[in-house]
Write a protein that binds this ligand. Structure first.
Ligand code: ARG
Length: 296
């Protein structure tokens, strides 16, 4: 019996020890996993905080880049440099040596509102966006239409005017609307939306683009093109200056004009929009437009 008991007790002890061991093993495994999880979680939080801090620093750097640290303003040199193409009455044109029109006046009002000096740079219309991208100017104001494509290269302010693409023809022309343009020679200003639409709708071969809208009008007068597609207000002023020309009633396309601004300075976009809102609210914007576009 004693022996048996002994054997039994040894077995029991052994079993108990085995059980205990396995429990301990299990427990420690569990503990390990818990610990691992904790460390992982800790690591994750650390990584997250690190990332957040990085993002914050990046954002701070960006703000620093866009709003000058000392003046708190978007343009540290205090000068708003804008490109234009001053052959686009009544938006911009020369009066003697001076560039006048809706756009330079709006630009001046915006600059005044923001406490900047204004410098207008006259250039080919097709070069304005590239000059903004290269940093030669901060933006452009040139009766410029907001397009998806241009938005890839520049910021656009809120719109300050509506533009319409119109068709100019000679008085004796049989062209009565866009449909009659098929197969005709169309004059445009290079790099404008009118130029792009004409090429898309009537084929590159039928479009002749000129550096200036006025040059397209000269070609129309000379019978070298059959029609000119250009923005409505310049179309009206070109037709008014040429007895032989008329603007067709049909609207070829309706667009929004806005100030193009460098993509590298979001603070400038905010400031310009803020100025435009103020000028709309105090009536100055309408006053400028009414000065150049007389109600019919
Ligand atoms: N609205 C048209 C465009 O954005 C023509 C603008 C031409 N402006 C000028 N100043 N020439 O393409």
């Amino acid at each position: 019996m004693k022996k048996t008991i002994n054997k039994k007790s040894i077995l029991t002890v052994l079993l108990a020890v085995m059980l205990m061991l396995s429990v301990v093993a299990c427990g420690s495994k569990k503990e390990d996993t818990a610990k691992e999880k904790e460390t992982e979680a800790k690591k994750e939080t650390e990584e997250k905080t690190e990332k957040e801090t990085e993002e914050k620093t990046e954002k701070e750097a960006e703000t620093e880049k866009s709003a000058d640290a000392t003046t708190g303003k978007a343009l540290e040199d205090g000068v708003l440099d804008l490109g234009t193409n001053a052959a686009f009455p009544p938006y911009e044109f020369y009066e003697g040596e001076k560039i006048v029109g809706i756009d330079p006046e709006i630009a001046q009002a915006v600059a005044d509102h923001l406490g900047y000096k204004l410098k207008i740079h006259d250039m080919e219309f097709a070069n304005i966006i590239a000059s903004i991208e290269s940093g030669k100017v901060d933006g452009g104001i040139a009766g410029m239409t907001v397009t998806e494509e241009r938005l890839e290269s520049v910021n656009f302010s809120n719109s300050y005017a509506t533009g319409i693409q119109s068709i100019i023809v000679t008085l004796d022309s049989d062209i009565e609307g866009p449909d009659d343009l098929a197969g005709k020679k169309i004059g445009t200003q290079f790099g404008t939306t009118g130029d792009f639409y004409a090429q898309d709708d009537f084929g590159e071969d039928n479009v002749q683009s000129f550096d200036k809208g006025a040059d397209a009008v000269v070609a129309l007068n000379a019978g070298k093109v059959d029609a000119v597609i250009i923005d409505n207000e310049p179309a009206k002023s070109f037709a008014a200056a040429n007895d032989n020309l008329k603007v067709l009633e049909t609207n070829y396309a309706v667009e929004d004009y806005a100030i193009a601004l460098t993509k590298t300075n979001d603070a400038l976009l905010t400031e310009v929009n803020e100025a435009l809102t103020a000028l709309r609210e105090n009536g100055k914007l309408q006053e400028i437009i009414d000065k150049y576009i007389k109600a019919e």
